[in-house]
Design a protein around this ligand. Structure first.
Ligand code: ADP
Ligand code: ADP
Length: 224
């Protein structure tokens, strides 16, 4: 069973048509790179695939569940349990220390705080962040915020990892190390990865490249 399925999906941001007729199926173990010029709909695709946005047309299924058929609470639960999302600027909750930010998906699932924080600390180490977790998000560099956001995305062992330029604020070495952790940790638990990137390093590790243009799939190329 595919972990992620978009069937003929369309979406408009108010008056702007961002995507139309987009279909994409991602199987367990797959790494898909989404590329294309600025404004072609890459971020919108990620937000739809994550269940953050709801498609205007077509269907989005995450781990077999039709996102469009769920109410907001069920959609949020599906996201917490199955989806890891890393955005370009980290997007941490500003009034929680870094460790609680990373632990948040576990805390929301009712994991005991001590356990959740211990696991969060392990993930901060795994992603290569030189952080104690006691920092506040506002004190972090862009790169550190991305590392913390990656740790948060991985802490609950997501089936579908979605990442929008996840290494954009890091130097080449730290970015490549982070990408390694994002891919290997997700694949280890039988998951799949969809990553938006301009970076050749990402394309080099993807199984498939899906190129968007004007909100449509311009081509889809099997790379391995
Ligand atoms: P990309 O990630 O490829 O740059 P986006 O998905 O961000 O593309 O944007 C696709 C289109 O939707 C663009 O025309 C963009 O200007 C528009 N768009 C994106 N987000 C919004 C928004 N929140 N409100 C209005 N228009 C938006
Ligand atoms: P990307 O790096 O994906 O190209 P953008 O610079 O297009 O990102 O968008 C950054 C943020 O601005 C996103 O949250 C997007 O939804 C929002 N956005 C993009 N285009 C518009 C728009 N025309 N109107 C309002 N918000 C937009």
């Amino acid at each position: 069973q595919p972990l992620l399925e978009l069937v003929d999906v369309g979406f408009s941001h108010e008056r702007t048509r961002a995507l139309g007729g987009v279909s994409l199926t991602v199987a367990p173990g797959e790494v898909v790179a989404v590329t294309g010029p600025s404004g072609c709909g890459k971020s919108t695709l990620v937000m739809l695939a994550a269940g953050v946005l709801r498609a205007d047309e077509g269907q989005v299924r995450i781990a077999g569940q039709d996102v469009g058929s769920l109410d907001d609470a069920a959609r949020a639960r599906l996201r917490r349990r199955r989806v890891g999302l890393v955005l370009q600027y980290g997007q941490l909750v500003p009034d929680l220390p870094v460790l609680d930010n990373v632990a948040l998906p576990l805390l929301l699932e009712g994991v005991r705080p001590a356990t959740a924080r211990a696991r969060a600390a392990e993930w901060l180490t795994r992603v290569g962040a030189d952080l104690t977790g006691e920092e506040w998000p506002g004190e972090l560099s862009g790169g550190q915020a991305q590392q913390a956001a990656a740790a948060r995305a991985l802490v609950a062992g997501p089936s579908v990892l979605l990442a929008d330029e996840p290494t954009a604020s890091l130097d080449a070495r730290a970015g490549s190390a982070l990408l390694d952790v994002l891919l290997s940790s997700t694949l280890e638990v039988g998951g799949a990865v969809v990553v938006v990137s301009h970076d050749n390093v990402v394309a080099a590790r993807a199984d498939r490249e899906v190129r968007l243009r004007g909100g449509r799939v311009a081509h889809s190329v099997q790379l391995s």
